[in-house]
Design a binder for this molecule. Structure first.
Ligand SMILES: Nc1ncnc2c1ncn2[C@@H]1O[C@H](COP(=O)(O)OP(=O)(O)OP(=O)(O)O)[C@@H](O)[C@H]1O
Length: 378
């Protein structure tokens, strides 16, 4: 018997209603490129979610599939419980803001903002009223009659935002919206964006390859690599509890040691045999026993001691040599050379750092508390 079209697949009645759900969403382009595979995500109303990952990992493709600018190869996209997989962009309750803003250069600001309403068939009087309201809200009324090509970068960005919001979407999709701005303006608009999002209570899905932006702005971050979701977590958890080797290498500055998980550990701890001796961190000790694994230690979890320090025994105890020492603002940075591998980074508040006499060339010992590190399947 032929199977039913995917968009008519029945869903259980009692599922919790989310603003946005991606269920096993995938995209293979005509040339065979698998841009996105088996993407699962549920977003609550009013959440700020960022897609973060290296160039080419499938962030934009996913955003475009949610907006309806790209067809999906398999899976379903639901907005407020309704399957929108087959709907054209203008019939979805979404708005998308593009990196280049896509403003019409010869139209004035008001016409640009009204454009999205015109596409949706809204009459002239209402268009005028709604555009006026959103321009006022964003403090842009004075620019209403100015041509879009005579605006500054920051003004353009705000107009693009006004154009996205004027249609009162359930979900605002933002594709690297701050990428074209200089660092200072970027920070200002980041703050505005965050405040506006909280005030309006609209769900934001934001694509970026800038880690600080994703981690600073969003409630949850979806880390992607090679078309796959690696981890979906609150920003802090990505630092403290990376779930995959990719995330451990991509987020923050972790020292990563490879080894084989020893058997016998339990209670949320995992012991790892490594070339630098036994190590222990948070992890599924029973599930990982006997398997190849890594331990990830955040740079600010590493303690530095003078050579010869014995501490609490051989566990989480690594001898090295200081390569460099630098203080930036209130944070001190050390690079520590270890035999046969890449150096590791250590970060500490400058107060702690100043008491440490070690400089380049000095032998030191690194240690860390097991609960500050994570053991992950390799
Ligand atoms: N129209 C297309 N046809 C074929 N392959 C495509 C097409 N558009 C994108 N791709 C490929 O799909 C993959 C994902 O691309 P996508 O633009 O979604 O990545 P991204 O994470 O947004 O990257 P960036 O940060 O550089 O914008 C890449 O390998 C890209 O080359």
């Amino acid at each position: 018997m032929p199977s039913a079209p995917q968009s008519f697949r029945p869903f259980p009645e009692n599922r919790m209603l989310h603003d946005l759900e991606l269920i096993q969403v995938g995209k293979t382009y005509e040339d065979g490129t698998v841009a996105v595979a088996d993407f699962d995500l549920s977003v609550e109303k009013g959440e700020f979610v960022a897609f973060l990952g290296p160039s080419g990992c499938g962030k934009t493709t996913t955003l475009r599939m949610i907006a309806g600018f790209e067809t999906i190869t398999h899976g379903d996209i639901l907005i407020k419980g309704r399957n929108v997989s087959e709907l054209p962009p203008e019939r979805r309750p979404t708005s998308m803001i593009f990196q280049n803003y896509a403003l019409f250069p010869h139209m004035n600001v008001r016409q640009n903002v009204e454009y999205g309403l015109a596409v949706r068939g809204i009459g002239k009087a209402e268009r005028r009223q709604r555009a006026g309201r959103i321009l006022e809200k964003l403090g842009l009324s004075a620019l209403a009659d100015k041509r879009a090509d005579r605006l500054s970068g920051g003004q353009r960005q705000r107009i693009a935002l006004a154009r996205g919001l004027v249609v009162e979407p359930d979900i605002l999709l933002l594709d690297e919206p701050l990428g074209a701005l200089d660092a200072n303006l970027r920070r200002v608009i980041q703050n505005e964006l965050k405040l506006l999002q909280k005030e309006l209570g609209i769900t934001f899905v934001f694509v970026t390859h800038a880690q600080s932006e994703a981690l600073g702005l969003s409630d949850r971050v979806v880390v992607m690599s090679n078309g796959k979701v690696e981890q979906i977590s609150a920003p802090r958890e990505l630092y403290t509890r990376p779930a995959t080797p990719f995330v451990a290498g991509f987020i923050g500055a972790n020292a990563i040691f490879e080894g084989v998980a020893a058997s016998g550990a339990s209670g949320g701890r995992c012991r790892l045999d490594t070339a630098f001796g036994p190590m222990e961190g948070t992890g599924d000790g029973e599930g990982l026993a006997g398997r190849g694994a890594i331990i990830a230690v955040p740079a600010d979890a590493l303690d530095v001691h003078p050579a010869g320090w014995q501490g609490a025994g051989p566990l989480n105890h690594v001898a090295g040599t200081v390569l460099s020492r630098e203080v930036v603002g209130h944070i001190g940075h050390l690079q520590i050379a270890l035999p046969g591998r890449r150096p590791v980074a250590v970060e500490a508040h400058v107060d702690k750092f100043e008491t440490l006499a070690a400089g380049p060339g000095d032998a030191v010992v690194l240690s860390w508390a097991p609960e500050r590190s994570s053991v992950i399947a390799a």
